[in-house]
Design a protein around this ligand. Sequence first.
Ligand code: KG4
Ligand code: ZN
Length: 339
Amino acid sequence: MSITILGIESSCDDTSAAVIKDGFLLSNLIANQSVHEKYGGVVPELASRAHQQNIIPVVHQALKNANVTKEDIDGIAFTRGPGLLGSLLVGTSFAKSFALAMDIPLIEVNHLQAHILVHFIKDLEKEKKLPAFPFLCLLVSGGHTQIVVVKSHKEMEIIGQTIDDAAGEAFDKCAKVIGLPYPGGPVIDKNAQQGNKFAFKFNRPRIKDLDYSFSGLKTSFLYYIRDHIKEDPNFIQENMMDLCASIQYTIIEILMDKLEKAIQQTGIKQIAVAGGVSANSGLRTALIERAAKNNWETFIPEFNFTTDNAAMIAITGYYKYMNKEFASQDVAPIARFAY
Ligand code: KG4
Ligand code: ZN
C-alpha cells in the first residue's frame, strides 16, 4: 500500500509544506518571512500573521509541485512544538481543518525529532545511505543545542545540551554585536570564508559533562569589541572577516569537542548533524576532518533540510502513520516540547 503524507511546519518564521510518498520527497516549499529583518530577530506577533497569509498558497503550491491533489493525501502531519505559540497555532489549526475536511488521520510532530529524522528522507533521483540505529546526532538550531542518542525513529535520548543559549543564538547575537543583519549565522559563515580563524582568540566555557554554554562567549565577544572600538572606532569594519572567522571557529570547536567526548563515552561512531547551524560550512568541514581522523561515519543533511522545513515534518509523520500514532482533534500546540 502506498502512503502519501502532507507535512506542515510553522513553528517559527518559515511557513512550509511538503509532500512525502512512501518516504520519498515529492515537494518541499518554504516561504521565508523577511518582515523580521529590520527588528534584528523574529517578532512573534508578526510571524503568526505572516503564517496566516502564507499557509494556503504554500500548501497549494506544494501539492501542485508534487503533482498530487488533496484527495491523494492519506495523512496530515504538523509541528505541535516546540516553537512560538501563535505561529504553531496557525499550522495546527490548518492541519486539524484539513484532516477533518478530508477525513484523514491527523499526526502531531515534535519539531526537534523531525530535525533529526531528516536523514531518513529518500530521494527519487539518487540513492542515499540511511543511518542505522543507534546513531548520535548533534542537533544545532536557533533554539536548541543537543547531543542525542537516536535509538529508533521514536526513541531519542538527550545526553548533552546547552544550559543557556543555543549555538544558533550565539551566531545571531554575535552577528548583531558587529552590526550584521538577522539571522546572523549565514552571514558570519559567508564572511568567515574570507577571514583568518586564528586572528582573535575567545575564551571557551568550562562546562561539565556533555553540556554546552554559549552565553558567556557572546558577552566576552561584546566586551572585546567594545574595548577595541574605544581605541579604534573602525575596528569592526577593518577586521570584519577575521572577527567572523574567529567567532565561528570558537563556536565550532566548542561544539566538536563535546561531540567527540560523547563519541568516546558511547562508543557510537555513526554521527549525524541537524538543525539550522548544520548548514555552516566550517562545522561541516570540521566534522568531515575529525571523522576522517577517527573513523566515524557521518550524515550531513542537504542544505535545504538544515533550517526549518516541512519535509522533516512529513517524514516524521510518515513513520508515525505507519505506527498508527494519530492525534485527536482536541490536540493543542505546546511551546516547550520534550522528546
Ligand atoms: O533550525 P532552524 O532553522 O530554526 C530553529 O529551529 O531554531 O535554525 C535557525 C538558526 C539561526 O540561528 C541561524 O542563524 C542558524 O540556524 N544558521 C546558521 C547557518 N544557517 C542558519 N548558523 C551558522 N551558519 C550557517 N550557515
Ligand atoms: Zn528548527
